[in-house]
Design a binder for this molecule. Sequence first.
Ligand code: SF4
Length: 454
Amino acid sequence: MALKALDIYKLLPKKNCKECGDPTCLTFAMKLAGGKADVDLCPYLDDAAKALLGASTRPPIRLIRIGFGERLVKVGEENVLYRHEKTFYHPPGILFSVDDTMPVEEIAAVTRRVRDETLTRVGSDLRFNGIAIENRSGSPEVFGRAVAAVEGEQAHLPPVLIAKDPAAFAAGLVHCGTYRPLLHAATAENFNGMCALAKKHGCPLVIQSETIEGLVRLAKECAQEGVQDLVLDPKPASLGDFLIRSTEIRQLAITRTIPELGYPVYLDTASTGQPDAAIALGITKYASVIVTRPLTPGSAKAALTLRQNIYTDPQKPIQMTPGLYRVGSPDKNAPVLMTVNFSLTFFTLQGYLESSRIPCFMLIVDTEGLSVLTAVAAGKLSEMLVRDSIKKFGVENEVTHRKMIIPGYASPLSGRIEDATGWKVLVGPRDAAEIGDYLHEEWKKEQGAGSPPE
Ligand code: SF4
């Protein structure tokens, strides 16, 4: 059973020496209680306390690192079954699959795609994570050439090496340097050899079994062999199989009912017979490493967007830094549009403003990431905040007029903002999609006859 922070504190040495990286033993205890620190960080704990604390404070699902450097993928360390209970921490790595019967040019092209393709959405750059290379030819030499084709692109992407023959792994690992590829897979038949390989090269290892009992047995055996960086492949034959097994694994792991299942889960979408649907299911229902054939542009965008949405902390909206932003090259007559610092609001409005081709200023005020409607209802968007933001971001130095367009949903504040700021307040549309027409018509009227400011 999980210990509370004060129970943990009682077992700590209480030296407040800071060597664990925390200012006091109590803050370290609080981190341990939240599964956010490792007992090994305190050098003064005796073995008995370590044993007691270790079992109850380590995250129920082990953190596994695949690869190295900037494109390193971290998976695991999850604590909950449902995102609304707290949050999900580490988005699944999505890797494109190639096999060694493909021409090396094609393998290199897939690698370049994963290396270079980026989808920018609400201020974040979204990318796929790596390449899974399968030894389908059966030849170690051919496999080695395929791995070399990936590594030759200098992509520094985390690889997954998929093979059955230890000689093939050896031929592939030669080209991986220090990149800690994920090795797929240890089974009941070959786990001794695979553990030896994983230990020798410092790689995480996938263990594969169609049954929960088989995975538990393999996890125990690999731990006895000294390999603890494991990923579980429940070898699903259908989407239903995966859903049932991954949910069971997650439940048994986070409740610590079967600690041997406390590892991230692997999904090869091709094995389910419905690869596109499997990606969506894997993202939402507990896959941490997802291997898929290279996706079409539409499916790629959908997968990256879904992953971003599911792995955005629901308690912390994605926020923009408050400030004065320019759209185009606004002059002293340009309109000033005030709105909140919820990223989705910002980027949606910015997109429509760019389409309107009217250069302007966006005054972004700090509502702690709340949307306009919520911020008004919660009292986070107020006339004082707008007044202070005008001063703080020097808006009066940028324009000669004193007119501000506020979002339609903030209309109840219009009078109070006018009184607090001395600016004339114009109430804009509720729907950002209408802002272009609004500027061309209403702002034009405000400016008098003639063209809107360019
Ligand atoms: S290292 Fe140990 S004794 Fe020192 S502050 Fe941290 S928990 Fe306390």
